[in-house]
Design a protein around this ligand. Structure first.
Ligand code: ZN
Length: 693
């Protein structure tokens, strides 16, 4: 269930969230650290274009040249299959998405007039934002955005472009065409929200995405209520648009011969080539089932595919390709197209495995009440991957962790794969280290240097433990209902706090040095400094003045940090200090802080095990919600001077087959430097869907 998807919000410190269907899982704390990746070419320029609120980055594929020709070939076919689905996300987000994109692609590519003017720059920025969001709704906030250049200017450049190739309808002339698209482009009241989650409204009617047409939320709910949900039921509605035809609610299924046929047929063609070079029988079987599913559109075939995919643990190359995550649908049924092609990162995977293998030891030595401990812990199987390409909903803004499949019963009966995206994280870290956040907010040289040296490793270890032993630990008392029922709106925050506390408690344990995943306890100190600084100060850069904390992960980080600050006050475990009028955080006793984290872990586990709603509410509301307005103002002021873009995404590497006759003799990798050029190239090479699908 979960793909661990992500939202990117990365602010000063790189903070990413991964989402799953029930909770939002935090993948990583903060990265102030200087990244180390022995495989990566350090002269590689990570930063590409920046515009509006976006910084585009680049990433490398370390280890590419170590692959066999057959593995490279497999990657190449999966890469083409990924990009052939790119158009689908534009259409899913908005039924006019392809129409608008073809129009702006055309103007951007063919306008020959003056491109040095401020107006052109505004249009160019709009194009960048449009491509980055896969449409004209913000990729993170889901609200519509419009060009900053005037409509008159837009008309002038449209008329000076190769407008014969605009996607006009029937006998429509240019003026009629422009009149038709004006409200789509320029009117904020037309389709204002791609996904509208407000309570008390018809969320399907209010959301402008293209998952439904002419149906009310009531009709859709009634339609799906008739489907069986017991046992091994598929995820109904995942691969279709739901519409009303002649008064009857029906599904238009996304499959070969159905909706999106032009893209899906190509995907299938490339997947069929991939099957011929599969690494082993399990992988071959999984790919064959994926092809079968794309042909039948039958969701039971999709489940069979997911099970086969979970069983494929030996392959070095892996792929996600399909209608996967449901966050773009206000009622969480429709899957957005996405694809991620990857190579297993064996070195980083060793670290995750070493921790997962000790899951029982960690449980046995945990500070929680013995009656809340699991007698037998099952760790999550996890690996680190090197991304080769991403497309659809996974690009240009990307997750840094993926956890699939999403179906609950498959996860329970067959397990899941949890992965972290090493080379993507590496690029983020390079960028974060360059921007002066640590210099501005770090206490002193000792703290800063330690974070520079060990912060990235500390953060990686924190994430590994959060995932592999944090969420997996502890048990609920007999007869107590699941936490979503007992702890309700505080369940996510408390669950994330619990997983973070397991990681924080153990990172300062000699055990981690003994099992060889970190060189010394200095790594733990770096992580404590990072975590507390973020929890008490720097994460507030994401809030507007006057806001309190609402998002579960942000609440959890402040809860853990603030509780330790308050409880440790008499021993001055954590202090706020002022230097030249600026506020800093200082940890004065790391071991005492560890004990405090252990105490809070014990209490939150008790709350979860007993289903103590009032206890949970009290903790979160007291420590995790309120913001110190004065401090917040100071932090925003200091942060604004650093000029850091809040959102980041990526240019994809380009795979180029070297042909010998009609056979692939090698596959080369190029790393394009311009996001704008790549978007134009993708539009040209992978613009497979028409304006009315
Ligand atoms: Zn989590």
């Amino acid at each position: 269930m979960k793909l661990v998807y992500v939202l990117f919000l990365s602010i000063p410190l790189f903070t990413a969230l991964k989402r799953d269907n029930r909770e939002i899982v935090k993948t990583s704390t903060i990265q102030l650290a200087e990244p180390k990746d022995t495989n990566a070419d350090e002269s590689f320029e990570v930063a590409a274009e920046a515009f509006a609120d976006i910084q585009v980055l680049r990433y490398q594929i370390p280890g590419w040249n170590d692959l066999s020709l057959k593995q490279k070939e497999l990657c190449y076919y999966l890469y083409e299959a990924a990009l052939c689905g790119r158009d689908i996300i534009y259409d899913q987000k908005d039924k006019n998405g392809i129409l608008l994109r073809k129009t702006i692609d055309n103007i951007y590519g063919s306008y020959k007039g003056d491109k040095s003017t401020a107006d052109w720059k505004k249009f160019e920025t709009y194009c960048g934002r449009f491509w980055f969001s896969n449409g004209n709704h913000h990729h993170y906030g889901n609200e519509k955005f419009i060009p900053e250049c005037s409509w008159d200017y837009f008309v002038s450049i449209a008329k000076a472009s190769d407008h014969k190739r605009f996607p006009k309808s029937g006998k429509e002339n240019l003026d009629q065409f422009l009149k038709r698209i004006k409200p789509l482009l320029y009117d904020l009241n037309v389709n204002p929200k791609c996904v509208d989650l407000r309570s008390g409204i018809d969320n399907i009617q209010a959301s402008s995405n293209n998952f439904y047409e002419n149906v009310t939320q009531k009709e859709v709910e009634a339609f799906y209520a008739k489907k069986p949900t017991t046992g091994n039921a598929p995820s109904w509605g995942l691969n279709s648009k739901t519409v009303k035809v002649n008064g009857k609610v029906v599904e238009k299924v996304w499959k070969v011969g159905g909706m999106y046929n032009a893209s899906i047929s190509k995907i299938v063609m490339w997947l069929n080539k991939a099957i011929t070079v599969a690494e082993n029988a399990n992988q071959k079987k999984a790919l064959e089932l994926l092809v079968k599913y794309y042909k039948t559109g039958n969701l039971k075939d999709f489940d069979d595919y997911c099970i086969a995919w979970v069983h494929d643990t030996e392959s070095k190359i892996d792929v996600v390709n399909g209608f996967i995550e449901v966050y773009l649908d206000a009622i969480g049924k429709k899957g957005s197209f996405e694809s991620t092609v990857s190579i297993r990162d064996d070195e980083s995977t060793k670290r995750i495995k070493a921790i997962a293998e000790q899951a029982q030891w960690f449980e046995d030595h945990s500070p929680i009440d013995p009656k809340h401990k699991k007698k037998e812990v099952k760790g999550i199987t996890a690996k680190a991957i090197t991304v080769v390409v991403e497309s659809g909903d996974a690009a240009p803004s990307t997750p840094i962790g993926i956890n699939l499949p999403n179906s609950d019963w498959i996860r329970k009966d067959y397990g899941s794969k949890s992965v972290s995206l090493s080379n993507i994280i590496y690029s983020y870290n390079v960028m974060s280290a360059r921007k002066g956040t640590l210099d501005e907010f770090g206490l002193n040289d000792e703290v800063k240097n330690r974070i520079k040296k060990y912060g990235a490793l500390g953060s990686d270890l924190h994430t590994d433990m959060h995932e592999c032993i944090g969420h997996a630990s502890g048990q609920i008392n007999e007869g107590v209902e699941t936490t979503d029922k007992t702890l309700k709106n505080y369940a996510s925050c408390l669950e994330e706090a619990r997983a973070d506390l397991v990681a924080l408690y153990y990172i300062l344990d000699q055990k981690l040095v003994d099992i060889g995943v970190m060189p010394s306890l200095e790594v733990a100190k770096a992580q404590y400094d990072n975590y507390v600084l973020n929890g008490l100060m720097t994460q507030l850069t994401r809030l507007k003045p006057g806001d309190n904390l609402e998002e579960a992960h942000m609440r959890n980080r402040q809860l853990n940090s603030m509780w330790a600050f308050k409880m440790g006050q008499k021993d001055s475990v954590i202090q706020f200090v002022k230097q030249q009028g600026k506020t800093y955080v200082q940890i004065r006793d790391y071991n005492k802080l560890r004990n405090l984290f252990g105490e809070l872990l014990k209490e939150i586990q008790r709350i979860k095990s007993e289903g103590d709603y009032e206890g949970g509410k009290n903790l979160v509301e007291t420590y995790g919600v309120k913001v110190d307005k004065e401090l917040h103002k100071e932090i925003l002021g200091r942060f604004s001077k650093l000029d850091i873009k809040p959102y980041k995404g990526f240019i994809q590497p380009k795979l180029i087959p070297v042909m010998k006759g009609n056979k692939i003799a090698d596959v080369k990798v190029e790393y394009p430097t311009s996001f704008f050029s790549q978007m134009m190239e993708y539009g040209k090479n992978y613009g497979l869907l028409g304006v009315r699908n």
